[in-house]
Every structure is written in structure tokens, then in C-alpha cells.
Design a binder for this molecule. Structure first.
Ligand code: PEP
Ligand code: MN
Length: 264
């Protein structure tokens, strides 16, 4: 079902008045994690002012170590939903387990599957009948075939609204957090009809690389971007402050993108 042979036309996912995969670039921006009502409200206002369409923010965080901040949970979902509604932004949040799909679907417009969960088949099956669009992140060691097979689980469950997200893979290079596989963008477009989103934040792990890799992703044909932005990155509650753009950088980047490809 994910294959272009089966479905030659591009899939366009329509959520409210935002179309993903229809030729206009979609920008999802926001913090790694929802931290407080004031934090997510302020960041939402900045995403909107910069021209973004979707507010990102994790309420459930997949952390490498068990003692790291794990996210604020359901309360965070409510805070983000409120900020999204207030500023007219769609929202996207990560869901980590099948049990939480329903509650995340109640609050968010798009459900994100993290890199560590790309082959959590019970979660993928559950997302197949969640009724919500899904942004599926590529596993950091997944081949294109494994990635498309993971998408296939969601599609086979009856949910046609899947976006593929290239978020960097693990290579021998340690200077960057991951290696953003730019070639994945045209390859996935040729193999599949699903929209392709790039995540230059996790794909590099370094703030100064987000701008060039965003532009490179657009040049490679990305349908959208998911970018971390924080008003106080040095004090963010996850370690992802180092890759988060400052609000001015986020706004400047979106101004540049408008010249490359019109935003929705
Ligand atoms: C995130 O988007 O904050 C995240 C944890 O992403 P990934 O699953 O790509 O590491
Ligand atoms: Mn993050």
C-alpha cells in the first residue's frame, strides 16, 4: 500500500486548511518537550508569527536513560492543544505506547512515532485505526525497505494518512548526533506516494546545521519540515536545547523558505 506502483498519485493529507504533500511546504515547529502552559503558549505564538502551520511538542518523551526527564504526560497534551487552538495551529505529539494512542488522538491533530518505535508493531497496528494522520519517523538504523514496511502496518490497518520522516541515521560520524540522509527524500518519493518530511534538528543535533540542512531538504524535495525551536534553549528540560533554534533564527529561516517554496 505504501508503494508508488500501487498508488501512482502523490498522497495529499488534508487537515483543516493545511495540505501536506500537495506541493506547498509545511513547517512544524516547537520545543522538544512541552514544559509549562506559559512556555508552550509563547512558543506557539512565535511559530504562528513566523508562518508555521503546526506546533510540535512532546508530552511523552522517549529518553535514552530512565532517570532523564520523561515528559509531563497528559497535562502537557492539554496545554499544547490549548495553545494550538489559541493561535490557529495544528498540533503534533509523540505517542509511545498503544495504550496512549486514544488520549493522544483526543488532544493532537497528528500523532508522531519516534525513531526508537519505528518497529513497535503493536503501536503501528493501533495507529492504523486511530483515525489521525501519523508522522512516522525513520528508525535510526532502518533501511528504506524496513521504513516502508513500518508505514505499511499503519496503512494496512486502514489509515491512509501517513507521512514519512527522515530524521537522521546512525553512522560512524560522531560530530553530528545523527547523519541526515538527504538522499532518503528523493528515494522515498520515488518508491512511495506518501509525503516526506525532514527533521534537520534530530538529523544533525547542532543548531548551526539546522538552517543549511533545512534548505538542502527543501532542495531535495521535502514536503515539510519538523524543526525544534525554544525560547530558552540552554534551560530546556530535554538535552535538545543544543539543536533548538532561537525564535529569531526560526523566523529568519522561514522567511528564507518562502523564497524557495511558498508556505501553505
Ligand atoms: C523528537 O521529535 O523530539 C524525538 C524524540 O525525535 P526522534 O524520535 O527522531 O529522536
Ligand atoms: Mn527532541
Amino acid at each position: 500500500l505504501a508503494s508508488r506502483d500501487f498508488h501512482p498519485e502523490n498522497t495529499v493529507i488534508t487537515i483543516g486548511d493545511v495540505k501536506i504533500g500537495g506541493g506547498d511546504l509545511v513547517v512544524m515547529g516547537g520545543p522538544c518537550a512541552v514544559e509549562s502552559p506559559a512556555q508552550i503558549d509563547e512558543i506557539a505564538s512565535l511559530v504562528k508569527a513566523a508562518g508555521g502551520q503546526v506546533l510540535r511538542g512532546g508530552a511523552f518523551k522517549p529518553r535514552t536513560g530512565p532517570y532523564s526527564f520523561q515528559g509531563i504526560g497528559v497535562e502537557g497534551l492539554a496545554m499544547m492543544a490549548e495553545a494550538g487552538k489559541k493561535y490557529g495551529l495544528l498540533t503534533i505529539t509523540e505517542v509511545m505506547t498503544p495504550e496512549y494512542v486514544d488520549v493522544c488522538a483526543e488532544y493532537a491533530d497528528i500523532l508522531q512515532v519516534g525513531t526508537r518505535n519505528m518497529q513497535n508493531f503493536d503501536l503501528l497496528r493501533k495507529l492504523g485505526d486511530s483515525g489521525k494522520p501519523v508522522l512516522l519517523k525513520r528508525g535510526f538504523s532502518a533501511t528504506y525497505d524496513e521504513f516502508l514496511n513500518a508505514a505499511e502496518y499503519i496503512l494496512a490497518g486502514g489509515n491512509p494518512n501517513v507521512m514519512l520522516c527522515e530524521r537522521g541515521i546512525r553512522t560512524f560520524e560522531t560530530y553530528t548526533r545523527n547523519t541526515l540522509d538527504l538522499a532518503a527524500i528523493p528515494v522515498l518519493h520515488s518508491l512511495s506516494h506518501l509525503p516526506v518530511i525532514a527533521d534537520p534538528s534530530h538529523g544533525t543535533g547542532r543548531r548551526e546545521l539546522v538552517e543549511p540542512m533545512t534548505k538542502a531538504s527543501v532542495a531535495a524535495g521535502a514536503d515539510g519540515l519538523i524543526i525544534e525551536m525554544h525560547t530558552d534553549p540552554d534551560n530546556s528540560m530535554t538535552g535538545d536545547g543544543v539543536q533548538s533554534l532561537f525564535p529569531e533564527q526560526f523566523a529568519a529561516l522561514l522567511r528564507d523558505l518562502e523564497k524557495l517554496s511558498p508556505l501553505v
